[in-house]
Design a binder for this molecule. Structure first.
Ligand code: N01
Length: 540
């Protein structure tokens, strides 16, 4: 188990992996099985990636089990989940179970941060610098740093002056932060903000929610799982995973219906929406009509259903209009919907106040609270649920240099280019998983870890069999993939909205689609590339 025995650390490997989330751990497992000398380096003190780091109240996965777990039989055979959408603590226990079963920590250095990496052209190997001053070398470097690793803290005037506890959700102290009996402010209403609000509303004397853009939160339809039922259901799990692991298995393993929302009667449309609503999770987002993602009129029918269901739960009409505006603030589903259990009901409580930052923006953070254009809100605790430098932040935080000495951050300063969302020209023998320009946040995390991970393991086997010591994207391959991703995005409503999918939440970041919106098409592109002898790459 993590922390029980420090991994013996040699200095030279076939492969070094960075990051012990779903992708990194799977890669370690599969490459060890195939006989590679492989080591994993993790900055946190244990496995779990974002789940280790995110300890804010209410942290919970928005994908249901058994989708949100590995399909490795030794792992699932003896693991019983207690809830359909497990909480952060249970997921951390799951990762410790994975580690126990697969014995991964023997090849992991925890509490160890990779700071830099440069490529040695003579040796065809990466030299990898660690924060503790040590260096490792590896033929291949695989970055599995996750898509939501680097918190985004907006430049709010006076933020440093706030005298009470003030934490970003992804940097929540492990000892916890007392919210009970306190006046709590939450800035941000994405998935993290919604989850904190639901918990803080139960215990805070006063909760002030600062909303800039309304979130289209969907009913989670959470439920407890009966352990006996779960044990009996194990007999079907191999089939469940076989279906999950073979396309088609689109967004979060939910498939859209073929027909248009506009081609059916109102009654039929409402039935489809109602069924998806009752199913819960992301079904209402990704499991209704094909054209909701591409056609404004069709999309509006989904928005209107969501709006009416949501407003019916909020007593005060002014608050209801801010939470679920009459007209959509953006096409439905083009910003990531959160999943909620009692988020909208919280706003009926006398201790909860909603501030619409569109009409009353924050002017400064003071020692005692948040000053908005029309009021000062006195607070004891401030929660920053303001999101992440998503998709690229974890990668560019490492000073990894190409063969000309340019950092990845520099290379991507004017926009991201990758080959298949896996590699970048000029960085030989470097791969990243669950990164920009691959399905990532549009794909179920464990599914993506396994599908991309197996593909990469097959690629390394191919190189080994052919005696190839160096691989990198062909000239022009990065640009070709970017053009393809952009073209797919341009046909979707997604690209009209400023969101972190579009890199639009970080000032100065180039606006472009950073997640590839079709898992099936992506898997096909991977398979075609492999079948063509990895033709997007130069092997030597
Ligand atoms: O971050 P977000 P998140 N002033 O970027 C607001 C994953 N995740 O941490 O929309 C005021 O979605 C911003 O407003 P606006 C999941 O994939 C997963 O919530 O830009 N407000 C927005 O409301 C998720 O989607 C789980 O106008 C400011 C909020 O901050 C992703 O992480 C749980 C502001 C940021 O929302 C990110 O979610 C939690 C400012 N200056 C997270 N700047 C699971 O369940 C930003 N905002 C797996």
């Amino acid at each position: 188990m993590a922390g029980d025995r420090p991994a013996e650390r040699a200095t030279t490997y076939d492969v070094v992996i960075v990051g012990a989330g779903f992708s990194g751990l799977y890669q370690l497992h599969v490459l060890r099985q195939r006989g590679y000398a492989v080591h994993l380096v993790e900055a946190n003190g244990g496995p779990g990636g974002v789940w280790y780091a995110n300890r804010y109240p209410g942290v919970r996965v928005d994908s249901h089990v058994p989708n949100y777990e590995y399909s490795i039989e030794e792992v699932w055979r003896d693991w019983i989940w207690s809830e359909r959408f497990p909480g952060g603590e249970e997921i951390c226990r799951y990762f410790r179970h994975v580690d126990d079963v697969l014995g991964l920590s023997a090849d992991i250095s925890y509490d160890t941060r990779v700071t830099a990496a440069s490529y040695d052209e003579g040796a065809d190997a990466w030299s990898i610098d660690l924060e503790d001053g040590a260096t490792m070398t590896a033929r291949h470097l695989i970055l599995c740093t996750g898509f939501a690793t680097k918190p985004y803290i907006p430049d709010l005037p006076g933020l440093a002056n706030f005298e009470g506890p003030c934490h970003h959700t992804a940097r929540w102290p492990s000892r916890g932060v007392a919210l009970d009996g306190r006046r709590v402010g939450v800035i941000g209403t994405g998935a993290s903000g919604v989850q904190v609000v639901q918990e803080a509303a139960k215990v805070a004397t006063k909760l002030v929610v600062f909303q800039r853009t309304a979130v289209t939160a969907l009913p989670m339809q959470q439920r407890k799982l009966d352990p006996d039922h779960e044990r009996r259901a194990k007999q079907y799990l191999a089939d469940v995973f076989a279906r999950r692991n073979n396309p088609p298995g689109s967004l979060h393993d939910i498939e859209r219906r073929g027909e248009s929302a506009l081609a059916v009667s109102e009654e039929e449309r409402v039935t489809v929406y109602r069924d998806a609503w009752n199913e819960g999770g992301f079904h209402f987002w990704g499991g209704t009509f094909a054209d909701v993602a591409v056609d404004e009129e069709a999309n509006r029918t989904a928005y209107d259903f969501w709006r009416d269901e949501t407003r019916a739960r909020v007593h005060d009409p002014v608050t209801a209009e801010i939470l679920a505006p009459t007209d959509p603030p953006y096409p439905f589903g083009t910003k990531r919907p959160a999943l909620e259990q009692d988020y909208y009901d919280c706003f009926n409580q006398p201790n909860v106040e909603l501030v619409d930052l569109r009409t009353s923006p924050i002017t400064e953070i003071t020692a005692r609270g948040v000053r908005c254009a029309d009021a000062h809100h006195e607070l004891d605790v401030l929660v920053l649920a303001t999101g992440f430098d998503a998709n690229t932040g974890g990668l560019t935080a490492i000073d990894v240099r190409d063969t000309r000495g340019r950092s990845l951050a520099d290379r991507w300063a004017d926009g991201v280019d990758t080959t298949l969302g896996l590699a970048v020209s000029g960085f030989p023998n470097l791969f990243f998983l669950y990164g920009p320009q691959s399905p990532t946040a549009f794909c179920n995390g464990p599914t993506c870890a396994e599908r991309q991970g197996d593909w990469l393991a097959d690629l390394l086997d191919h190189l080994r069999a052919c005696g190839v010591t160096r691989i990198e994207p062909r000239p022009g391959a990065d640009q070709a993939w970017t053009e393809h991703v952009d073209a797919v995005g341009a046909a979707m409503l997604l690209s009209r909205t400023d969101s972190w999918y579009m890199a639009a939440n970080i000032p100065g970041k180039r606006r472009q689609l950073l997640n590839y919106p079709s898992s099936d098409a992506y898997l096909e592109a991977l398979a075609d590339c492999a079948a063509a002898g990895y033709d997007r790459f130069v092997l030597r």
